[in-house]
Every structure is written in structure tokens, then in C-alpha cells.
Ligand binder design. Structure first.
Ligand code: G4P
Length: 527
């Protein structure tokens, strides 16, 4: 238990939202509180700008800035906070899903006008798979949003999440007057375009006090009294244990752009958010307090400068102390590796670090040794489980347009798929190389990067598949039979795992019915 103090002072989390809900704005306010940046506007949005001439060129631009914003570390009231960035564009959702495997909790931003949106749903599904604790920030209260009760009901229903309001809003839009902190029993008054300061906080021990009427007017004061009575009656005190189990999500109302309601949330976050957690591995439970170092790679950034094959692998420390220049065991390659220039990420500036502790993310300079999911230990052979690959939904055959560059093409495909940009399958019967993605944009990115970085010219030919499912069976004979019978629909992923490529939902359902001994999986563990 050598590192208990270091572990106790760390919190590692991500902010997730549907694009435009206010993730970037909130991130910036949190960094301002942490003193990590001095001026507003310092955090570059990682979303695709609406007026960009070409989406994928915009993605290239983003790749440049997103190394710097991949991990933002700052200190607030003695707590060391690691905020992991998640790509905004839905075509890159897989990257976000994997980042969620490296955090201990999330803050979910919801736009009070739009309520629950597509990406909110998908992201929350991933959180639920892991029972990740969630704090909800309902943003843009300065806009005429949905009725507060309706909104909470919508979130609870659509996301199957039990909510627990921590603050309660007084109106919205131009009548927004502030929030009542249900826990501290104080009123925080809102003035547009000014940062909430201590003077805006009025302590109200008893809501029947006239001071409330003075501050917000009699009608709003009475509505607040009624609301609070109702809310208190329904929710009572927050059960922190249930929050930590991912069962109850505390909710804050605010306006990120006005820096309103953010501090209340941050204060609660450092009070209740989970410490770096213990994890499961392929052979045993790994306690975060163990002395020996271990960690895993959840993200790789490659070839930012086409002239150098430089890659940065992002490693989440899971136990022990990571030290610069020390030899560690790369489990998959079964070899010893050491890192002379590991980075830490103090808000947009990379620093070489000497050591790191559980919860931290270290950037490792890599020359091609890493792929997503790789585990590094002090010698023990195990890998961390639960790092998923998701069934892609778009499939295209790779057509080599320049036979002289076949080697480069193969290398490029391997490296780009190691990075997690897309998945690579090799079809049985015919040996076709198939790229599977979750979004159309990824094909453009791959084509562009193959040419720019590897000098390989490739085109893609659409394939009529609807989903790729990993197949396994207790009965090897049945599995062999199935793969023989369905050769054209069977492929191997990069790790040699068998995949069934279904033409349509009907085919998939039929095969599942006809082959009860075969299991069809929609996610696969990387390894
Ligand atoms: P994202 O990262 O989740 O995609 O969202 P981002 O923070 O970029 O915010 C999306 C838009 O919403 C931005 O406006 C931002 O200023 C605005 N916004 C964020 N918080 C609030 C809020 O509390 N109230 C209101 N009214 N607006 C908010 P934009 O016009 O798209 O961009 P910008 O030109 O202002 O940067």
C-alpha cells in the first residue's frame, strides 16, 4: 500500500455529450478553475466545424491539436484531476468508447433545449456496460429549455438512469434567475455574462425566509418552495454508494458559457467521484493498491508528422508507480521495454515525467510496438479485460491501385488499424482485405493517410454486409462446419478471431436460430 496517498488524491474522468451540448465550453471552465489555463478560448474544440470545406481535412486538423487535449491534468483544492478528451464526431465513436475504459467516472452534458440526443444514448450505453458512475450537467439554462421536470423524466426514461438533483433551477431562458443548492441550502443567483462570484451566493437555511422573495420575486420564490418540497420528498439525500455503483446520477443545472453552476458541480465531483479503481485482468483481480506497476494502452496517435513515424501511445496506469527509464514487460510481445521520454499532459503542454501513479495517463513515444489494449507490467503475464472492439457497420474491400506499393499498403493498413482507426478483416475464400468502420468518414481518412504517410494508393469497394459478429462455440466441430459451409461470409480479424459477416438482419437472425451451438457476439475483447 505504498502509494495510497497518491491514489487518494487522483480522479480520472471524461466529459461526454452529443456534439454542441457544451463539452468544450465546460472543459474550459473546469481548466480555469484548476488554474491550468488563464484565458477563455484556450481549449480548441475537437468537433468538426460546421463550415469546414471538407470534413476529413478538418479531422486531420483536429488530429494535430487533439494530442495536446487528449489528457488535461489540473489540480483543484488539492485533488489531481485527469480529464480525458473524447472525440466529438460520431464516426469516431469507437475511440470515445475506448477512452471510457480508461476513466473511473464521467460527466454527461445535456443541452436543456435538445434534451437526450443520439450520441448521448450511445455513450451512456457504453457507460452502463461498465457501471461507470455518472454526474449529469444540464447545460444552457440561459436558453428557453424544456420544463425541468419533463427534462429529468426524459433523461431518466431514455437513459434508464436514476437521477438525483443536487441543484434546482429557477426558470430558464431570459427569466433564468439561478439555482438553489439542495445540499448546501443556498441560492446562487445568475446574472448573464458575468462569472458567478461569492456575492451571488445567498445562504437560505429556511426557504420560508423572506430573503428569497426579495432576491427572486414572490412568484418565483413560491414556485421554488413548491418544487423543493416535491424534489426533497421524492429524492431525499444522495446515496453516494449508489452513485459509485453507477445506479444513481447526481444532476446539476447551469450554463457553461456563463460559468454558472460549474463550481458547484466541481466541488461535488471532487468530494464524491471515485478514486482510481481496481480492475479485472485475464487471470485475476488487480487491486489498485498493489505495489507493482501495471497499465494498458487505450489510444494511439500516429504519424502526426509524415516525415517521422512517430506515434504516441496513451497508457493508463492501473497500479504501482511508473518510472522513467525502468524496464517493463510488454506482455503481448513478451519483451522488455523502457521509456526514456514519457510525457505527462499538464493542460496542453507536454512535459517529460519521472513517475506516474494509478489514475494517471502517460504518453509513450512509440516506434510501432504498441496496439490498443496492450498491457505493460513488471513481469507478470496478464492483460486487462474489457477493452472492446465493436461490430462495425460499414464494410469495404480494399483495392490496391498501385501494385508496386503493396508492402506499403499492407504496413499502412496494419498500423492504422493498430491505432484503432478501423478494423481489418481477411475474408476466407478469396483472401480479400476488408475494412470495417462505424462511420463513412473513416474511409476517407484511411485513404488519405495511406497515401500521405505510406505512399500507398488504395480505393474501397462497398461490400453488402450489415454487421460483423464474432463467433465462438463450445463445440469446435460445429464451428468448423459452420465456417466451412459459410466460407464467403467468414473472415478473420487481425487477431485471428473468427467473424461472421451478415448481409442483413434477417440473415443474422436466421443463422442464429439455425445454429444454436454457435454464439454471435457484437463486441469483442481486444486480444
Ligand atoms: P461541444 O464541445 O459539446 O460540441 O459544444 P461547445 O462547448 O463547443 O458548445 C457549443 C455551442 O454552445 C457553442 O456556441 C457554445 O458557445 C454554446 N454554449 C455552451 N454553453 C452554453 C450555455 O450555457 N448557454 C448558451 N446559450 N450557449 C452555450 P457556438 O455558437 O456553436 O460556438 P462559439 O462560436 O460560441 O464558440
Amino acid at each position: 500500500m505504498k502509494f495510497t496517498n497518491e491514489i487518494n488524491r487522483r480522479r480520472t474522468f471524461a466529459i461526454i455529450s452529443h456534439p454542441d451540448a457544451g463539452k468544450t465550453t465546460l472543459t474550459e471552465k473546469l481548466l480555469l478553475f484548476g488554474g491550468a489555463i488563464q484565458v477563455a478560448g484556450a481549449v480548441k474544440s475537437n468537433k468538426i466545424k460546421k463550415h469546414a470545406t471538407s470534413d476529413f481535412m478538418e479531422i486531420e486538423r483536429q488530429r494535430g491539436i487533439s494530442v495536446a487535449t487528449s489528457v488535461m491534468t489540473f489540480e483543484y483544492n488539492g485533488t489531481l484531476i485527469n480529464l480525458l478528451d473524447t472525440p466529438g464526431h460520431k464516426d469516431f465513436a469507437e475511440d470515445t468508447y475506448r477512452t471510457l475504459t480508461a476513466v473511473d467516472s464521467v460527466i454527461l452534458v445535456i443541452d436543456s433545449v435538445n434534451g437526450v440526443e443520439d450520441q448521448t444514448r450511445r455513450l451512456m450505453e457504453v457507460c452502463r456496460m461498465r457501471d461507470t458512475p455518472v454526474i449529469v450537467f444540464i447545460n444552457k439554462m440561459d436558453r428557453d429549455g424544456k420544463n425541468r421536470f419533463d427534462l429529468l423524466e426524459e433523461v431518466e426514461k431514455e437513459l434508464s438512469l436514476h437521477l438525483h438533483p443536487m441543484t434546482w433551477p429557477i426558470n430558464s431562458g431570459k427569466d433564468f434567475k439561478g439555482v438553489y443548492d439542495l445540499d448546501k441550502k443556498s441560492l446562487v443567483l445568475f446574472t448573464a455574462n458575468t462569472k458567478a462570484s461569492d456575492e451571488d451566493v445567498v445562504e437560505i437555511k429556511d426557504l420560508s425566509n423572506n430573503i428569497l422573495d426579495e432576491k427572486v420575486g414572490e412568484a418565483d420564490a413560491n414556485t421554488l418552495r413548491d418544487d423543493v418540497e416535491l424534489v426533497d420528498g421524492v429524492y431525499g439525500d444522495l446515496d453516494v454508494e449508489q452513485y459509485l455503483k453507477g445506479k444513481i446520477a447526481p444532476v446539476f443545472f447551469g450554463s457553461a458559457v456563463n460559468n454558472f453552476g460549474v463550481k458547484e458541480m466541481l466541488d461535488t465531483f471532487i468530494r464524491i467521484a471515485p478514486l482510481p479503481q481496481s480492475r479485472e485482468t485475464s487471470i485475476r483481480h488487480l487491486d489498485v493498491q498493489e505495489d507493482k506497476f501495471s497499465g494498458f494502452v487505450f489510444k494511439i496517435h500516429a504519424n502526426l508528422d509524415p516525415k517521422h513515424r512517430d506515434r504516441i501511445a496513451f497508457l493508463r496506469v492501473c497500479s504501482g508507480r511508473f518510472e522513467r527509464n525502468k524496464y517493463y514487460h510488454h506482455v503481448r510481445l513478451d519483451k522488455d521495454v523502457r521509456f526514456s521520454n514519457p510525457y505527462s499532459f499538464m493542460a496542453r503542454q507536454k512535459d517529460v515525467i519521472e513517475e506516474a501513479f494509478p489514475g494517471d495517463v502517460v504518453g509513450l513515444f512509440d516506434t510501432g510496438n504498441f496496439k490498443i489494449g496492450d498491457t505493460i507490467t513488471e513481469g507478470e503475464d496478464f492483460y486487462f479485460t474489457g477493452i472492446p472492439s465493436f461490430s462495425p457497420e460499414l464494410f469495404k474491400e480494399v483495392v490496391n491501385k498501385d501494385p508496386m506499393k503493396t508492402k506499403q499498403l499492407e504496413k499502412g493498413l496494419l498500423q492504422l488499424t493498430d491505432e484503432g482507426v478501423a478494423q481489418l478483416f481477411t475474408q476466407f475464400g478469396g483472401n480479400k482485405k476488408i475494412i470495417g468502420c462505424v462511420g463513412e468518414l473513416q474511409f476517407e481518412v484511411i485513404q488519405y493517410r495511406l497515401l500521405q504517410e505510406y505512399g500507398a494508393s488504395a480505393e474501397f469497394r462497398s461490400m453488402p454486409y450489415y454487421k460483423a459478429c464474432w463467433i465462438t462455440s463450445e463445440d469446435q466441430k460445429k464451428l468448423d462446419e459452420f465456417t466451412r459451409f459459410k466460407t464467403n461470409n467468414i473472415a478473420a480479424d487481425k487477431d485471428g478471431h473468427l467473424v461472421y459477416l451478415a448481409q442483413s438482419e434477417w440473415f443474422l437472425n436466421t443463422e442464429r436460430q439455425n445454429n444454436p451451438d454457435i454464439e454471435f457476439h457484437f463486441t469483442s475483447e481486444i486480444h
